[in-house]
Write a protein that binds this ligand. Structure first.
Ligand SMILES: C[S@@+](CC[C@H](N)C(=O)[O-])C[C@H]1O[C@@H](n2cnc3c(N)ncnc32)[C@H](O)[C@@H]1O
Length: 381
């Protein structure tokens, strides 16, 4: 190849490169303009929607993302056309963040507390925490709730049953009430037991629930159930009489949320009691799986065993050290378990398609040795 023809080819390649670059950049601009236009037109279209603007429009989904970015709690990149298309296709979902923020529940209060704490350390609850979401009390649970409960918030969803453990002053329950209009919602709370000593099965420390404006009507409708959500007899009585009613009128139980005591034994009880009773495809959510003394045993001992069970095949040759894999860690949970999904301090346990059942007490309570992960994960293999 002569030097002249070589340099002509190089010039041609450079020119072609510039032309392709310009074409690509113009395409990108076009697609950005399209995305922007689509965002605006969908906002215009959906901005007129019903239900007091509580539905999740493209605008609101972008706005909450922007808020998160502003507060430095969201590492996600700016919206892409994929995100917009997803928002478009789920545009009738209600917006959990907006609703929960309105009621002041601690499920999303981290967004309010964190910026103040980052500006002034004296406003942090745990300034020494290197992980910034841990510097404040108040959580960032809207992303998990939007992802997992968002589809249930649509107007056209089949009626279903929902249970929250831990009513407190009802701010969380009020949020779920607006967010999930088609749910038959139940809650359990210990502090509305009759006042008196614990030794008599009563509650001496004041009734937190009575401050809610719906307290009496929820009691009258038998949707708020006063009792100890770690007690099998109480759970079973409420489940079999008020939830799965003998006349068969109850919709399928799809969602159970444990926001109760956050004591490891109680969290484990929620898993072992409720998971078999949740309908196929439903979820159990456990909140506040935090590194604090009450919840840590659940986080360190129970969670790894459930994780083991997600991957369980039951084939001997898959075992550790060639000794086989003789049993799931939790034989009453593993056959029902599709997946577990966690974000900081909150996990979702997803049911597979095995039908719900009402197993006897010995299969609905914490099995012996459950709090010693070593026994299942290492010693017995
Ligand atoms: C974290 S607060 C619930 C907050 C509420 N879900 C919200 O989002 O606003 C926990 C509540 O669980 C209640 N609780 C504690 N132990 C319980 C138990 N064993 N059974 C039922 N409720 C319990 C407490 O009295 C308290 O009201």
């Amino acid at each position: 190849m002569s030097g002249a023809s070589g340099s002509k080819k190089s010039i041609l390649l450079v020119v072609m490169g510039i032309a392709i670059g310009m074409a690509l950049s113009s395409l990108r601009q076009d697609s950005n303009a399209w995305v922007e236009q689509m965002s605006q037109s969908s906002v215009a279209l959906l901005g007129t929607s019903v239900n007091g603007g509580q539905e999740k429009t493209v605008e609101s989904s972008l706005r909450s993302g922007e808020d998160e970015r502003r507060m430095g709690t969201n590492n996600a990149p700016a919206s892409t056309s994929d995100e917009l298309l997803t928002s478009w296709s789920v545009s009738t979902e209600r917006d959990f963040f907006k609703i929960a923020e309105g009621y002041g529940t601690d499920k999303v209060r981290g967004y309010k507390n964190l910026p103040k704490c980052l500006e002034d350390e004296s406003k942090c609850d745990r300034p020494e925490a290197p992980e910034r979401q841990c510097k404040v009390t108040g959580h960032f649970y809207n992303t998990m709730y939007q992802r997992w409960l968002g589809p249930y918030s649509n107007d056209n969803v089949e009626p279903f049953q929902f249970l929250e453990i831990g009513y407190f002053n009802g701010n969380g329950f009020d949020s779920y009430t607006d967010f999930l209009p088609n749910a038959e919602k139940h809650s359990m709370e210990i502090s509305c037991l009759p006042e008196g000593p614990r030794s008599e099965g009563k509650w001496p420390w004041g009734n937190f629930a009575r401050h809610n404006r719906n307290y009496q009507s929820l009691l009258d409708a038998r949707r708020l159930h006063c009792g100890d959500a770690s007690d099998f007899d109480f759970l079973h009585k409420i489940y079999s009489t008020e939830m799965q009613r003998p006349d068969g009128t109850a919709p399928a139980l799809k969602v159970v949320i444990d926001d109760g005591s956050h004591v490891s034994e109680h969290m484990a009880m929620s898993l072992f009691f409720w998971f078999p009773r949740i309908a196929p495809g439903g979820i159990l959510v456990i909140e506040d799986i935090e590194p604090m003394s009450e919840a840590s045993v659940f986080r360190r001992q129970i969670m790894p065993q459930v994780h083991h069970d997600v991957h369980y095949c039951g084939l001997k040759e898959y075992g550790y050290g060639g000794k086989g894999e003789p049993a799931p860690c939790f034989p009453t949970i593993q056959p029902l378990l599709k997946s577990i999904h966690c974000e900081m301090h909150i996990c979702v346990f997803e049911r597979n398609d095995v039908p719900a059942s009402d197993p006897p007490k010995e299969q609905s309570t914490i099995p012996p040795g459950a709090f010693d992960a070593k026994k299942c994960l290492f010693e017995s293999k």
